[in-house]
Write a protein that binds this ligand. Sequence first.
Ligand code: ADP
Ligand code: MG
Length: 245
Amino acid sequence: MTLLRVEGLSKRFGGVVAARDVSFDLGPGEMLAIIGPNGAGKSTTFNMVGGQLRPDSGRVVLEGAEITGRPPRAVCRLGVGRTFQVAQTFLSMSVAQNVQMALIARAGRTRDLFAQADALYRDGALALLDRVGMRSEADRPIGELAYGDVKRVELAVALAASPRLLLMDEPTAGMAPRERAGLMQLTASIARERSIGVLFTEHDMDAVFAHADRILVLVRGEIIAAGTPEEVRADEQVKRVYLGT
Ligand code: ADP
Ligand code: MG
């Protein structure tokens, strides 16, 4: 079964071809990594899937329904989640309240957002926090947490929307190597238990090769290789142009 099908996506910025004929499939519970040098077109590809950018050509199909060019809010409502940056969490609110807000928003009760954030959905928030290892920090202001812990809360916030597909553009940027491996491990196990497809980018090749089920290698907007970590590692072109070995 295909969760996400991307067919021939292309995008130019002036004279720069940021993506050229990018195609791939992603199944439920699958961890798919996009790797490639800076400027390869990874974020452009994410943004075309998430609705932040309209492709020049090509199609994005989610669970059989075409979503190409739909705005981000619509794409989100159809089950595509993104992990948000720190700036988008509410720093003075508690960890639990941040997750509760996401649960309340998901339920469409946005009018209750501030008035009832204390009481509503607390159990659901605590269960999600427990899953990401942050239950004990539930009542601390999120602004007090270490960076790596904020990243775990961001994952809980993303999960609160019950996504079918999660887009994670460099989720571990700025984290220490050990924390990074922990977050990737956690993401992979949650993806499998909930059948969530995960599309991610990551600079840390150890983390990619350890946690991706499949890897796409993007260079100058084009996929030059795709396959399992073993296949990609053994690919002569990848070794030559990207891994530098
Ligand atoms: P990556 O995420 O792999 O580092 P990007 O998708 O951000 O790469 O960028 C791919 C190419 O497109 C780069 O050459 C970049 O400079 C260009 N680009 C990306 N976004 C824009 C934009 N909004 N306007 C102009 N050029 C852009
Ligand atoms: Mg990028």
